[in-house]
Design a binder for this molecule. Sequence first.
Ligand SMILES: Nc1ncnc2c1ncn2[C@@H]1O[C@H](COP(=O)(O)OP(=O)(O)OP(=O)(O)O)[C@@H](O)[C@H]1O
Length: 276
Amino acid sequence: MKIERLEQSDNGKRLNTELLTLKDVVIARGKKRLLEPLSLSFHTAEFTAIAGENGCGKSTLLSMLSGVETPFNGELTLGGQAISSLSANHLALQRAVMAQSASTPFGFIADELLHLARYQHIELLEQKSRLINLVAEQFDITHLLARNIQTLSGGERQRIFLAKAVLQILPSDQNESLEGKLLLLDEPTSALDLRHQKLVMQQLVALREKGLCIVCVSHDLNLISPYCDRLILLGEKRCLADGPPARVLTTDMLSRCYHTQLNLIKNEQKQVFVTH
Ligand SMILES: Nc1ncnc2c1ncn2[C@@H]1O[C@H](COP(=O)(O)OP(=O)(O)OP(=O)(O)O)[C@@H](O)[C@H]1O
């Protein structure tokens, strides 16, 4: 089947400059090849969701995109430079990652953890605190800042780690563009209630509007589809479909990807929702 790649998203927004590029990269765990050589580009001011069945390689792909792992073959570049050639300090300022089960081995206070996220930034303490308070407000965690991370609920902890990832790459000056920065998220809303799911999606869209490139693994197609520009479905060891969610989500594509029959509902805005 042809993989669809569209130059223009459904909301009419032109896709911008290539930021992160994979060329013929094999995604594997040990000797197990999860995805055949993959070539993909992610752009500035673009919010991409990645979905697919359990174990198809989404988290492994995200880990590869983060530069933590070096591809055996093929090329992986960020801003035109091989990721492997970038220093840890440079990478820390350019891209942040939120892992699937983000946690800390020690009982950090939430506020301490958020301060650690700003470690690479040279800024006044006052400036740092202002930014942390702003992001805490945006992710509704202000009331949790004095709490021990290990005593938080799953959803509370998830919002702290999401705020931490965002804080790592935000410039000190709030008016500065986020072009050239990359946020990689692995199921960041899996523990969130409906209000916080919506809040997080709105915050991600606001960051995308400022130029951030967001790549988010999610099983929740109905939550993420109305907000993201692009949906990539992985299956059969490759990229099955790639494009605006309303085009990617067809009953044929879903049954091929998830090996079960699913139904679709369209709303008046032509958004597509998946149902059983
Ligand atoms: N460290 C490891 N050693 C061996 N196999 C691994 C390792 N990590 C992951 N795998 C295997 O690689 C495959 C892909 O794992 P990955 O976590 O990327 O899947 P996923 O698509 O993110 O799945 P899920 O939707 O369940 O989160 C799985 O079959 C998993 O069991």
